[in-house]
Design a protein around this ligand. Structure first.
Ligand code: HEM
Length: 427
């Protein structure tokens, strides 16, 4: 019988090899063994170090976000020339980031749009919305508790986060389901099955027409909602934001947080059903739920990586990088860097300076929705604990904890389970 020789971990292709999905951290450690910044055979510069990741994310002068969604495997549409390719990037921006989302913007265009977004999720608005989140979570959870079991990701988390953002933005109830279906039908961001293609977001294009209508209507008839605020937004220089720009911002807000927040709920739930004593601790101390979620973001954040294109020759840590190099910023690897975190693989609620993790990125592009994600996920867990006396893995579906057949979404960006079936014992 022929022996199958497994390829060494560090030589596998992170972007297409689905054997890495179950434990990407093992792969990151294999790369980290060659240094916090490593150049792969493909030429991609792979950053696993915490300080080095922060360094890249903070440096918007030398690194461009234009490939932050497409990723480093899509070929550049030009041959980089010289030590500064800023002009080449601008000349080809449309080809590299065809849907032109804020997360791919650089420089003044980014600052102008970001200033509009920064005003949306202020604490007062989230506080006002928290009561709605509790009502909604209570309803969604009650329905599943009555059944006794559910798939927490697809039956609870996803509809819940969709309704939260839809309500906050002011998307009419009759359109919400339609959008959900289009998003569900599409591939995840960073689809491994189409790694080298510049993945167009069909769902965003589908939604654009609707958002265009909502925003035009809000310009004519203002209401008390985020959509109206977006419709009438002005740039910091006082000029009115073009309608198409606010359509893109609103759509991205609607879409960006859905997968990520829903998958975070699944990742947190996995810890709850697999870690002895954790549920009892959180049930007895609900004040610790927020700290638990912060630690889940560090250990199993739902965004594994983001990407940058080197604009000007520079260094990352000790490694010189050239204009045109593509950088993999391993957020999930940085969050387990042993130089930054003691016993990085352990779940420890109340870790020192936990809020410094990079699960939401850092610097100019740091996640706009982080405050919302934190509140909505906490509220859902509060409701789950309030309505149940025990939550357990559904072993009839997944097999025993530890040896379970849990499957992760085939994405090189998103870290999240395809589904997670649990049993709910009513309180
Ligand atoms: C657990 C949930 C979430 C995670 C892990 C997450 C993660 C991230 C990360 C890592 C970035 C930075 C990307 C980069 O630097 O290239 C980002 C940006 C962004 N996120 Fe989130 N996100 C989450 C939820 C949300 C939600 C709920 C919303 C919207 C309501 C949202 C909206 C955005 C936007 C608009 C940006 C782009 C910001 C910019 O480019 O200036 N995210 N997110």
């Amino acid at each position: 019988m022929a022996t199958v020789v497994e390829q060494p971990l560090a030589q596998r292709d992170y972007f297409t090899d689905q054997s890495i999905l179950r434990d990407p951290y093992e792969y990151f450690e294999a790369i980290r063994a060659t240094g916090p910044v490593a150049r792969l055979d493909s030429g991609i510069v792979f950053v696993t170090g915490f300080d080095e990741s922060v360094e890249v994310l903070r440096n918007v002068d030398d690194f461009s976000s234009v490939i932050s969604t497409a990723g480093p495997v899509v070929p550049l549409p030009f041959t980089p020339q010289g030590s500064d390719i800023s002009e080449q990037i601008e000349a080809h921006r449309q080809e590299m980031a065809p849907t032109e989302l804020i997360v791919t913007y650089d420089g003044a265009a980014h600052s102008a749009s970001r200033a509009i977004m920064n005003k949306l999720f202020v604490p007062a608005r989230l506080k006002a919305n928290e009561a709605f989140m509790h009502r909604l979570a209570a309803e969604v959870v009650a329905e599943q508790v009555a059944k006794g079991s559910c798939d927490i990701i697809n039956e609870v988390a996803t509809p819940y986060v969709t309704l939260v953002i839809a309500d906050l933005l002011g998307v009419p109830p009759e359109d919400r389901q339609k959008f959900r279906e289009v998003i569900d039908a599409g591939p995840p961001p960073g689809d491994m099955n189409a790694a080298a293609e510049n993945q167009q977001s069909y769902s965003l294009m589908f939604m654009a027409k609707f958002f265009h209508e909502y925003l035009s209507e809000r310009r004519a008839n203002p209401r008390e909602d985020v959509m109206t605020e977006l419709a009438n937004a002005t740039f910091p220089d006082g000029s009115e934001a073009p309608l198409m720009e606010v359509v893109k911002l609103a759509m991205f807000l609607f879409a960006a947080g859905q997968d990520t927040s829903a998958k975070l709920i699944g990742n947190a739930m996995r810890f709850l059903v697999e870690t002895p004593g954790l549920q009892a601790e959180l049930r007895a101390n609900p004040g610790r739920i927020a700290g638990f979620l912060e630690e889940v973001l560090r250990l199993e954040g739902s965004t594994k990586a983001t990407f940058r294109l080197v604009k000007r020759d520079t260094r990352i840590g000790d490694m010189p990088v050239k204009a045109g190099d593509k950088v993999f910023v391993g957020l999930a690897a940085a969050n387990r860097d042993p130089r930054r975190w003691d016993d990085p693989r352990d779940l420890r609620i109340g870790r020192d300076r936990i809020a410094q993790h990079v699960a939401f990125g850092r610097g100019a592009h740091v996640c706009v929705g982080a405050p919302l994600a934190r509140v909505e996920v906490r509220v859902l867990f509060e409701e789950l604990f309030a309505q149940t006396s025990d939550i357990a893995l559904d072993e009839a579906v997944h097999g025993p904890a530890g040896a379970s057949n849990l499957a992760y979404e085939p994405s090189y960006i998103i870290r999240g389970l395809e589904d997670l079936h649990i049993k709910l014992t009513p309180r």
